[in-house]
Design a protein around this ligand. Structure first.
Ligand SMILES: CC(C)(COP(=O)(O)OP(=O)(O)OC[C@H]1O[C@@H](n2cnc3c(N)ncnc32)[C@H](O)[C@@H]1OP(=O)(O)O)[C@@H](O)C(=O)NCCC(=O)NCCS
Length: 160
C-alpha cells in the first residue's frame, strides 16, 4: 500500500477594491460579494495544496466583525489549516488596508472544500505538515468541522 504524502500549506493572498455597485443603502459592502471573494481565495489555496479541482461544500463560522465601504482596499488571505480524506478546511480572512503598511481584520470564515479526481469523485489529499504558528487555527478548524457535520446530520439527513 502506498504511503499518503504530506506537505506544507501555502498562504494565498488577493487584493481587491470596493466599488459603488457592491454596497447596500447603508454604504456597506454586501456580505455575499465579500464571501465570493473569500471563497475564491480559499479555493485557490485548496487547489494549490491538493493540485486537484475543488468545490466548496460548506462555509462555517463566518464573522463579519466590521463593514467595508466604497473605495476600501481589501486584502484576503487563505490557507489550508486542516485536512480530512478528501476535504480541506481553509481559514480565510479579509483585511482593510488602513495605510502605513497596516491592515485591520474585518471578516473571518472557514471554508470546507473537497478535492476531486478527473471523474469528479472525492479524492484523497496529502496529509498536512502543520507549522507551530497554525496550530490554533488547526484546532479551531477541527472543532468547527466536527460541529458542522453533527449539525448537518441532525438537520438534513432526512432531505434528498
Ligand atoms: C462536495 C460533494 C461532492 C460531497 O458529496 P458527498 O456525497 O457528501 O461526498 P462524500 O460523502 O464522499 O464526502 C466528501 C467529503 O465532504 C465532506 N462533507 C460532505 N458533506 C459535508 C458537510 N455537510 N459538512 C462537512 N463536511 C462534509 C465529507 O466529510 C468528506 O470529507 P472527507 O473525505 O475528508 O472525510 C457534493 O456535496 C457536491 O458536489 N456539492 C456541490 C459543491 C458545489 O457545487 N459547491 C459550490 C461551487 S464551488
Amino acid at each position: 500500500m502506498s504511503q499518503r504524502a504530506s506537505q506544507i500549506a501555502e498562504q494565498i493572498q488577493n487584493w481587491t477594491m470596493v466599488f459603488p455597485n457592491q454596497v447596500n443603502p447603508n454604504g456597506h459592502m454586501f456580505g455575499g460579494d465579500l464571501l465570493a471573494i473569500m471563497d475564491t481565495t480559499a479555493a485557490m489555496a485548496a487547489k494549490r495544496y491538493s493540485q486537484m479541482a475543488v468545490s466548496t461544500v460548506t462555509v462555517e463560522a463566518v464573522h463579519f466583525a466590521k463593514p467595508f465601504k466604497v473605495g476600501d482596499n481589501i486584502k484576503t488571505i487563505a490557507k489550508v489549516v486542516a485536512v480530512g480524506n478528501s476535504s480541506m478546511m481553509v481559514k480565510a480572512e479579509a483585511y482593510r488596508d488602513v495605510g502605513n503598511d497596516r491592515l485591520e481584520k474585518h471578516v473571518t470564515a472557514f471554508f470546507n472544500l473537497v478535492a476531486f479526481d478527473s471523474q469528479r469523485q472525492p479524492a484523497q489529499v496529502p496529509l498536512l505538515k502543520l507549522s507551530a504558528a497554525d496550530k490554533k487555527d488547526h484546532e479551531q478548524a477541527l472543532i468547527i468541522k466536527d460541529s458542522a457535520k453533527q449539525r448537518s446530520k441532525a438537520l438534513f439527513m432526512q432531505e434528498s
